[in-house]
Ligand binder design. Structure first.
Ligand code: SAM
Ligand code: SF4
Length: 543
């Protein structure tokens, strides 16, 4: 158990109070590398030094092939298309056997996933959506973890044909935030909105390399803002969604308190990948990206987040690609696969040519079916549904077993501190679909019977990697997380909620406490004093 920061400041809500960097919990203080000034490194030279061949080849199969077996994936998709054209439905017993495996919290093989993919009967699909939700509840209970993105630089050397940050988009207003500017963003995120978790995003550029990220993370963790209860609010977990890195740099990022390392493969189809990522930029190397999670694992970063960008090609290819990826990691790294999977759908973006070329825009129905399938394929993996999706879709996604959502999200550079009211196409990577505030989302989740969790205990207490995977697989992770969710929800209600959401939250907490007393009596001696202390203004207590 960790003791609280019993900080009570007399300052105003926008004033920064002194805080110990959270990463100091880990013990020895890390050393920050020198921060290169903007423009001091020539991008062309830098690009040539990025991809380290040996950090790809060591992971290839003995015959030099990758774990993504294109021809197998294509054959499974062709089989599904044939079954559709012959109007054959999938055998009921086969479905039941596969779903029984999902219910026993085991991941599915590619062949099993492909069988489920073939189901077309709407009633069977609806029944499986219910099963997906029941699996999510067994593993993760009724918790939804929230976070917010923070974009700190939009310069990029790559020319991804679907992205507004692409190097050759001359209309994008390029900016890299200084450490002072980052501090201003974080003050709003923690002091006004009440976020505790963030995902940090940048384009790929020498000016936003590992050294900049390390300084940014150190700065973010050091910001602490007093709330209306005069408790200290701060970011407790930083996940990164950035370019692939070397083992050395990933190890350095871990030292500064990296939570989950997320990199989306975009598409697992290597021919399409080459077309969408042209030129000699680092992202044009499919394999450098494909093996970045192997490198993360070897660097000791054992919470990794996979993803694919849906809308680039046949979604079934990406589903089977993601499944291949997490199974490969599990087989190499003692059962530790993806901690989370993301499934962003293509959104409109400034001067992104592929948006008008793609033939694979995914319908809402297909998207929701994909989520059902993902939950059944990887029953214990966190599923992140971002504010790219509109509110109505995210509400349906909740019913398929997603586990994480962002809210109050602003993705224009500097947009939190500017209090930007509208989205800013010339500063954003793409446009968002759900503009709900965190408070609105929390109220809507409470209406739907879900508790919002700000818990960040796992990685700080060592429940990560193999440990968290084992707890998730035997459905006991929820024991700690339920109680930590209650504590962090209590904090947020007292520090940030308006009267309406507070009333909803109180009713929800009362139900949660009742349930916890019945289901988790063994933890109550530990939990009760923490909960009481939290009510009296202590913060950041966890089991
Ligand atoms: N620049 C880093 C990279 O490419 O890995 C960081 C990624 S970016 C901050 C996060 C993700 O946004 C990308 O990996 C991609 O999947 C997604 N993305 C890019 N363009 C998009 C668009 N037009 N609509 C929706 N998502 C998009
Ligand atoms: Fe750059 Fe990432 Fe956008 Fe590609 S997706 S252009 S790498 S920011």
């Amino acid at each position: 158990m960790k003791q609280s920061q019993e900080t009570a400041s007399t300052g105003t809500p926008t004033e920064t109070v002194e805080a110990k960097s959270l990463t100091e919990n880990a013990g020895d203080r890390y050393e920050l590398p020198e921060l290169k000034p903007v423009g001091s490194v020539e991008p062309g030279k830098w690009m040539r030094s990025i991809v380290i061949k040996d950090e790809i080849t060591r992971y290839l199969n003995a015959d030099g092939t990758d774990f993504i077996n294109d021809s197998k994936i294509r054959t499974l998709i062709e089989d599904a298309d044939r079954a559709k054209s012959e109007n054959t439905e999938v055998d009921r017993k086969q479905i039941d056997d596969i779903v029984a495996k999902s219910k026993s919290i085991k991941s599915l093989t590619l062949e099993e996933a492909a069988v489920l993919m073939r189901i077309r009967d709407p009633e069977t699909r609806a029944a499986l959506a219910e099963t997906a939700l029941s699996i999510k509840k067994r593993v993760y209970d009724n918790r939804i973890v929230t976070f917010a993105p923070l974009y700190i630089s939009n310069d990029c050397v790559n020319t991804c044909r679907y992205c507004g940050f692409r190097h050759d988009n001359g209309c994008m207003k390029r900016q890299r935030l200084s450490m002072d500017e980052i501090r201003e963003e974080v003050k709003v995120m923690v002091g006004t909105l009440g976020h505790k978790r963030m995902v940090l995003d940048v384009g790929e550029h020498p000016d936003s390399d590992y050294d900049y990220l390390m300084h940014a993370m150190d700065t973010i963790y050091s910001v602490s803002v007093p709330t209306r209860t005069r408790a200290a609010a701060n970011i407790r977990r930083i996940n990164l969604n950035v370019a692939p890195m070397s083992i050395e740099h990933l190890g350095m990022l871990k030292e500064v308190g990296l939570g989950t390392f997320q990199v989306f493969q975009e598409t697992y189809d290597r021919d399409l990948y080459a077309k969408l990522h042209p030129g000699n930029s680092p992202k044009s190397d499919y394999r450098w990206r494909l093996y970045c999670m192997h490198r993360a694992m070897d660097a000791g970063v054992d919470d990794v987040g996979l993803g694919a960008l849906f809308g680039l090609t046949d979604w079934r290819f990406e589903l089977l690609g993601l499944l291949s990826h997490t199974r490969e990691l599990e087989s190499r790294y003692n059962g530790v696969g993806a901690h989370t999977i993301s499934f962003p759908r293509l959104r409109s973006a400034q001067n992104a040519p592929y948006l008008s070329e793609t033939k694979s825009i995914m319908s809402d129905d297909d998207f929701l079916w994909l989520l059902t399938l993902l939950r059944l394929c990887v029953p214990y993996t966190g599923l992140i549904c971002t504010a790219r999706e509109p509110k109505e879709v995210r509400e349906e996604a909740l019913k398929r077993g997603i586990t994480q959502m962002d809210a109050s999200s602003k993705i224009g550079i500097g947009a939190y501190a500017r209090s930007a009211k509208n989205q800013e196409e010339d500063r954003q990577q793409f446009m968002l679909g759900d503009g709900r505030s965190l408070e609105e989302l929390i109220g809507d989740l409470a209406d739907a019977g879900s508790i919002t969790s700000f818990c960040t205990a796992g990685y700080r207490i060592g429940r990560r990697g193999g440990k968290i995977m084992r707890l998730l697989r035997d459905c006991s992770e929820g024991n700690f997380c339920k109680l930590n969710a209650i504590i962090t929800f209590r904090e947020w209600l007292d520090d940030f909620a308006g009267p309406e959401v507070k009333a909803k939250g109180e009713a929800l907490i009362a139900r949660e406490l009742d349930e916890a007393k019945k289901k988790l009596p063994q933890f109550m001696n530990q939990f009760e004093p923490m909960y009481q202390k939290t009510i009296h203004g202590c913060r950041d207590l966890y089991l």
